[in-house]
Design a protein around this ligand. Structure first.
Ligand code: FE2
Length: 290
């Protein structure tokens, strides 16, 4: 087996190269912080996003779509934001900013351009459904973490793509644990790579930590955000939302549900409601993209 110490592979070089990747738009960070601040109003969000014509166009497009059934066309940003509400504004902001990264083909992971996007969006939808079910106070943070949780796959595919075939072989030998196989072959996994890039992009430490922990049961059980992210990911896989070679044979441990604050009935409710909510989110995003 080839190891991380082989010629032409330096893990340090991979992590250093991440600094050269394009940055996450500052305007989106700022707008998200404003949405999270109970002291701020919709007008404060408007004051930030109005300078980004692409964002303004998407917001107006969605507000005037059939989804809202308005009789008159909305042409001003303030009214559009007030009609959309916090959660939909957040979806447009994070999804719009992450889209260029999450729609690349990941040949090493045998994922098409749609797979990572569908999986990320699916995980974010599940996270939102769970947050509402348990009235989780940090639902907005969980939504962002869920949408970006597999961003490390882009980095590993970009820098060590050919080596991922070895990861696939080792993963099959070890019963389908792809994350463990990444560690054995590469000396890292996409969770650590993802948390590193999110740190570089100035995301808050709790999001970076949850992304780092999302495949490690010993770690994700230690805090609520990580635990809920891991559960959202497992449910997204179970529902078949964009799974490549990373489609672990997941099942939900009773301990994970208990730690997440869900009963078995809640879990089934989340499975059912996530599907309906996913198709709604997919429609909304297709509308924005087209
Ligand atoms: Fe993952």
């Amino acid at each position: 087996m080839t190891t991380a110490a082989s010629p032409n592979f330096t893990l340090d070089a991979v992590f250093e190269s991440m600094a050269d990747l394009p940055v996450f738009p500052k305007i989106v960070h700022k707008a998200l912080q404003t949405l999270d601040d109970p002291q701020k109003k919709i007008a404060d969000v408007s004051a930030i996003v109005k300078f980004d014509q692409g964002l303004v166009a998407n917001i107006l497009k969605l507000t005037n779509s059939a989804m809202f059934g308005l009789r008159q066309q909305v042409t001003d940003l303030d009214t559009a934001l007030a009609l959309l509400g916090n959660q939909k504004i957040r979806e447009i902001l994070v999804a719009g900013a992450a889209l260029p990264y999450l729609t690349k083909p990941l040949s090493g992971y045998e994922m098409s351009p749609e797979d990572l996007w569908v999986h990320s969006m699916g995980c974010a939808v599940v996270a939102d459904v769970i947050s509402k079910k348990i009235e989780y106070s940090a639902g907005a943070t969980l939504f962002t973490a869920a949408l970006l949780h597999d961003i490390g796959k882009i980095v590993l595919d970009l820098y060590v793509g050919p080596r991922l075939q070895e990861v696939l072989v080792v993963s099959k030998q070890r019963g389908g644990n792809f994350s463990e196989a990444e560690w054995i072959v590469l000396g890292t996994d996409h969770a650590l790579a993802g948390s590193t890039i999110l740190k570089n992009w100035d995301f808050p430490p709790d999001i970076c930590r949850a992304v780092r922990r999302h495949h490690d049961p010993d770690l994700y059980i230690q805090d609520s955000l990580s635990c809920l992210l891991a559960l959202s990911n497992i449910i997204a896989v179970q529902l078949g939302f964009g799974v490549g070679t990373d489609g672990f044979r997941y099942h939900v441990e009773p301990g994970l549900l208990e730690r997440a604050g869900l009963t078995q009935e809640d879990y089934y409710w989340c499975l059912e409601n996530s599907l309906a909510r996913f198709y709604e989110a997919e429609d909304m995003l297709n509308m924005i993209m087209n």
